[in-house]
Ligand binder design. Structure first.
Ligand code: SF4
Length: 497
């Protein structure tokens, strides 16, 4: 029985032995092949965690003609407010319309916890269908139904015949996993079990038809990045089908007919890519992330090699690299001797570190949100490319460890997610977002645009320096003298690094 035959996808802790707690020098951690902490990796003290609902909503809210119905306490939807800016901007960039995502909640109360919320859920599905007439309704389970035993799959099946929309049960019970990347599997699982289930077998194509490539984006790229990758793939003569963000439900099954699936971040997509290969015969490439000059070339070469287009790819890469080198020439002298700290999902942090090295920065530290097997090649690349060793932290939201590391390593720039730059800013370090839907990061254009932004920020670092004069972090001085990973069980307790 395959994963997609089950109601819920497995946790990534089990499927991939992914973990969230480790720390040491880059060489130390990378060379012990990231055998992290105890199973279910833990700390003796932790400040917070990220619920898998956040990235799952980041995908679902973009889907046109959909309603996201959360079966949960109402607060579970809070991140949908912040995420809506990306949905509006994405709709505007793609279709020229400022359209919000539509999300509802059954707003479970204490009495629902005692008496059960299944009746409320079926009534809400029927009401959502009547009011919004969507193509699909994502019925999303938060923690509460997982605890009290509400069966979202059973309810969805029970009311399916009463509504026009296709119902997609999505399991995002936050307490079940500490690896937020499980959210991608949860959404793919729901789409695979419903919208792709009855797709026709992959049809034979005429020999002169343009090959079609599925390009995967789970919302870790904005529209400018999609345009850049589409540009490069089209230069190879390929047709590009972007999935799943902003993909129309009625057209989702098209991915089963493609000639190849290409991931832009191996951490995101293996669950669906393997399914597509096993059930529909669509082969896939899941290896490099097209962030950075060398990595973009490797990514494009792999796709080209699949279609026998190596020479064409070599010519495109040579032309793009020459043009980029000329454009970067006036910027890179400003980066010599500057240190950068990176914080992001594992693959993105490592790939961006390689790009920073290409631009002339020294890496002062990396914090990756979790670790799994997919990043092994990136560790090897960075191990070879780095000029000196630096700390590596596997941590999701452990800001106290980050503050300690930043005090020790004193970077000139901190690159992190937009809601994760506060600590560095309070320490007076120049900060730049590692991802924003309106900005460019991937491909050759992304390398240039990131360099341009960093050049401008480093020329005028006064803003965060002024912030640091008027703010303090909540930690005692004593903490900064301690080993930053002393609360990670596998890091050896209080052993000083
Ligand atoms: S699903 Fe659970 S962990 Fe996630 S926001 Fe809701 S209550 Fe919190």
């Amino acid at each position: 029985m395959g994963y997609f035959d089950q109601k819920e996808p497995p946790r990534r802790e089990h499927r991939l032995q992914a973990c969230i707690a480790d720390g040491g020098t880059f060489s130390e951690v990378a060379n012990r092949r990231m055998r992290c902490c105890l199973p279910d990796g833990e700390r003796t003290f932790a400040q917070g965690n990220i619920c898998l609902l956040l990235p799952a909503l980041g995908i679902m809210n973009t889907i046109p003609d959909s309603v996201v119905l959360m079966h949960s306490a109402i607060g579970c939807g809070s991140s949908a407010h912040a995420g809506n800016a990306g949905v509006r901007a994405g709709n505007n960039a793609r279709w020229g319309v400022l359209k919000d995502g539509t999300w509802l909640s059954t707003a479970l109360t204490e009495s629902d916890v005692i008496c059960g919320g299944e009746g409320k859920l079926s009534a809400a599905i029927i009401e959502a269908d009547k009011r919004f007439q969507p193509a699909v309704i994502f019925v999303v389970a938060g923690c509460v139904p997982g605890i009290i035993g509400d069966d979202i799959d059973g309810v969805s099946e029970g009311v399916q015949s009463q509504v026009a929309a296709r119902i997609l049960p999505v399991h995002c019970e936050g307490f079940k996993t500490k690896i937020w990347a499980t959210s991608y599997d949860a959404v793919y699982h729901a789409i695979g079990r419903t919208l792709l289930k009855d797709a026709a077998p992959r049809a034979a194509k005429s020999s002169n038809a343009r090959p079609v490539v599925n390009l995967f984006n789970v919302s870790s790229m904005g529209r400018p990045d999609e345009v850049e990758l589409k540009r490069l793939l089209e230069l190879l003569g390929l047709e590009v089908n972007i999935f799943p963000v902003f993909a129309e439900p009625a057209k989702m099954a098209q991915i089963t007919q493609a000639d190849l699936s290409v991931s832009t971040c191996p951490t995101h997509d293996d669950y669906l890519l393997r399914y597509l290969q096993e059930t529909c015969g669509v082969p896939y490439i899941l290896k490099h992330m097209p962030i950075g000059i060398a990595n973009t070339g490797l990514w494009l070469r792999d796709v080209a090699a699949f279609f026998g287009l190596q020479e064409k790819a070599a010519a495109i890469i040579a032309r793009e690299e020459t043009e980029l080198a000329a454009a970067l020439a006036e910027l890179t002298p400003a980066f010599a001797g500057k240190k950068v700290f990176l914080s992001a999902g594992e693959f993105r942090a490592l790939a961006t570190a390689l790009l920073m090295g290409e631009l002339g920065f020294e890496i002062s530290g990396i914090r990756a949100f979790h670790h799994d097997e997919f990043a092994a090649p990136e560790y090897q690349k960075l191990d070879q490319a780095k000029s000196k060793d630096f700390p590596l932290n596997i941590a999701n939201c452990q800001v106290f460890e980050e503050a300690n590391l930043l005090k020790r390593t004193q970077p000139d720039v901190f690159l992190g997610h937009m809601n994760g730059n506060g600590t560095a800013a309070k320490l007076g370090i120049t900060t730049s977002v590692i991802y924003n839907v309106g900005l460019q990061y991937v491909g050759y254009k992304g390398a240039y645009e990131l360099a341009r932004r960093l050049y401008r920020q480093l020329r005028n670092p006064g803003f965060n320096r002024n912030i640091s004069k008027w703010t303090v972090l909540p930690y005692k001085q004593q903490w900064y003298g301690q080993y930053p990973f002393s609360h990670i069980k596998a890091a050896g307790g209080e052993v000083d690094g």
